[in-house]
Design a protein around this ligand. Structure first.
Ligand code: SF4
Length: 568
């Protein structure tokens, strides 16, 4: 970005079997100094489609983004589902590595086509919401032939809650590599948008088509058979927020900044209520974030008459902007979600931030209009907006709050670790900072997928470790993490995933290699964090989870430090 030049390099031999999180974390660990300033000259931002992304493998349109996180100070990988990744893969681009920094305060749009790379001025979109900006960009560059990724106003502020947005099939800026503030890294380099046009692309390469085809048939069969992933199944019917009622029932749905684990009003923001409202309002459900998804957990939420489309209202977003702020009105939650997408913020971090601001007395719990006005502070770039844009921990400290639900500076997701302990072990020990997707123990503890475990049993190191290793491998593969529900229960599905990777790469991996690949990735990430100054003292939950009982279960987080340290 310093010289506005793009250089094409062949993929080094030892990177050839890498993709997604495996490739982003490897490049970041090799090329970024662990102690560098995340929004300074020496950080790099890496975009990489997964290994099978761009092929006909089902449910595999993922893009990974990696860099040093301004929120955690450690290594970060965040991923999203979007056709942006599939176009990149069809252009046979294994990764984009953004380095350097524009001199001055200008912003640029990077345009990639089969034949050339251009840096175009993007200043006209500075200060503009992403819904309008995406509309204009699609109009300018060709609605049907390009995909877009970009950062919004929160990133212009270098806010540590700024995510990187990617278009959904409708062209809305609703699919986010949200976590860890990577949007601020992108903006700090002077890069506002990337537009990919794959016209005339050479297409996806497969080393052994027969092995690949046999593998993806097994994956498809498993997805279509499992109750969570099949057509008419839980995710397809209600989206991820099918979990609202389930986790509320388990007394682990955090309310009012993690003050209670249950509230009967939660039903009003459930997946079931959402599906009904979408039917009435004229939105779309089910829906996919990227072509080729069989599960189709997504949707397009709109106001009545199909107005002001938001995109998907995920469980995490509905919880963060809803129950965790004491707001039980889906229309307001959707408006808050739209504000997050428009400003370019991570919905989990935004909800966590609003909740600690409520606890700090800035507005009251349950004040939906007040919550919307806080997002406007970010839009107007006021001093308060600049504090909020830096996330839950920064805002909590600014307002004298001691109950700040973060690990390594990143806001906790939608499961109270006192009621469901295994997910707490993942929050504490993943190199990513509090992140449910890093090792989704809820699958086993609540949904009985991949075995059964008592959510209140504090012995969860092994469960979390196994899930973290498997997840790192899936994040590298390009498959959506939601395939895990099916392949944890159906062995042929897992076999199919491995065969599809072998088909693409021409390798001879076995099912046993999945955890080996995952361990290699997590070792690289933990080594980076260690060199950045992290110790086992950072693999802990905030003390209020240990000291304060969670109503109505009256559970505390009673997982010992020895148990946490035994994960890795
Ligand atoms: S399951 Fe949902 S998030 Fe995953 S690829 Fe399909 S639509 Fe996207």
């Amino acid at each position: 970005m310093t010289n506005l030049k793009a250089k094409y390099e062949d993929l080094p031999e030892d990177y050839k079997a890498l993709g997604g999180r495996g490739l982003t974390s490897t490049i970041v660990a090799k090329e970024v100094p662990p102690t560098c300033d995340p929004i300074g000259l020496h950080n790099k931002l890496v975009f990489a489609p997964g290994i099978v992304t761009g092929s006909t493998a089902p449910t595999s349109g993922r893009i990974s983004v990696g860099g040093k996180s301004p929120l955690t100070g450690g290594i970060k990988e965040a991923n999203a589902g979007t056709n942006f990744s599939q176009r990149l893969a069809r252009l046979r681009i294994a990764a984009i590595v953004v380095e350097g920094k524009v001199k001055g305060n200008e912003y640029y749009l990077l345009k990639l086509t089969k034949d050339k790379t251009e840096f175009l001025k993007a200043d006209k979109w500075v200060g503009k919401g992403l819904y309008d900006a995406y509309k204009e960009i699609f109009k300018e560059f060709g609605e049907k032939k390009v995909s877009v990724c970009g950062v919004g106003i929160a990133a212009e502020l270098r806010g540590a809650m700024a995510g990187i947005s990617f278009n959904d099939p409708e062209g809305l800026p609703s699919r986010y590599a949200g976590r860890g503030g990577l949007g601020a890294v992108m903006a700090s380099k002077g890069l506002k948008f990337i537009v990919v046009d794959d016209t005339g692309a050479p297409g996806f390469e497969i080393a052994n088509k027969k092995v690949f085809d046999e593998g993806i048939a097994k994956v498809r069969d498993a997805l279509l058979a499992h109750s969570v992933t099949k057509k008419g199944g839980a995710l397809n019917s209600y989206g991820t927020s099918v979990l609202v009622n389930i986790i509320n029932e388990a007394q682990g749905l955090p309310q009012n900044n993690f003050s209670s684990g249950q509230d009967k009003r939660a039903e009003k923001i459930s997946g079931e209520a959402k599906a009904e409202a979408i039917k009435k309002n004229g939105g779309v459900r089910p829906h996919f974030c990227s072509p080729g998804c069989i599960i189709q957990c997504s949707e397009v939420w709109t106001k009545p008459g199909g107005k002001d489309p938001v995109g998907c209202l995920e469980y995490e977003s509905v919880w963060a902007l809803g129950a965790n702020c004491g707001i039980y009105d889906l229309d307001i939650v959707a408006e808050l979600n739209r504000a997050c997408n428009d400003l370019g913020t991570d919905t989990i971090e935004t909800g966590g931030t609003i909740a600690v601001a409520m606890e700090g007395g800035v507005i009251k719990f349950g004040d939906g209009k007040g919550a919307l006005s806080l997002t406007e502070e970010i839009r107007k770039k006021t001093p308060l907006g600049r504090i909020l844009a830096n996330g839950t921990q920064f805002t909590g400290r600014a307002f004298g709050v001691s109950r700040i639900p973060t690990v390594k500076g990143q806001s906790l997701p939608a499961y109270d670790p006192r009621a469901i302990k295994g997910i707490g072990v993942t929050y504490a020990t993943t190199p990513m900072g509090a992140d449910h997707t890093a090792g989704y123990a809820i699958a086993t503890e609540i949904m009985g997928v991949g075995g059964k475990a008592d959510p209140r049993d504090p012995k969860k190191a092994e469960l979390s470790r196994n899930l973290q290793l498997a997840t790192a491998a899936i994040d590298a593969s390009g498959y959506c993490l939601f395939i895990a529900f099916a392949i944890l229960d159906i062995p042929e599905g897992l076999q199919g995933v491995v065969e599809s990777l072998n088909g693409v790469l021409g390798t001879n991996l076995t099912v046993n290699d999945v955890s080996v690949i995952g361990k290699q990735i997590i070792d690289i990430e933990r080594d980076f964090n260690k060199a950045a100054g992290f110790t086992s003292a950072h693999d802990r939950l905030p003390e209020f989870f240990i000291d304060e009982k969670l109503p109505p279960s009256n559970e505390v987080f009673n997982v010992s430090n020895e148990e946490l340290d035994s994960v890795f």
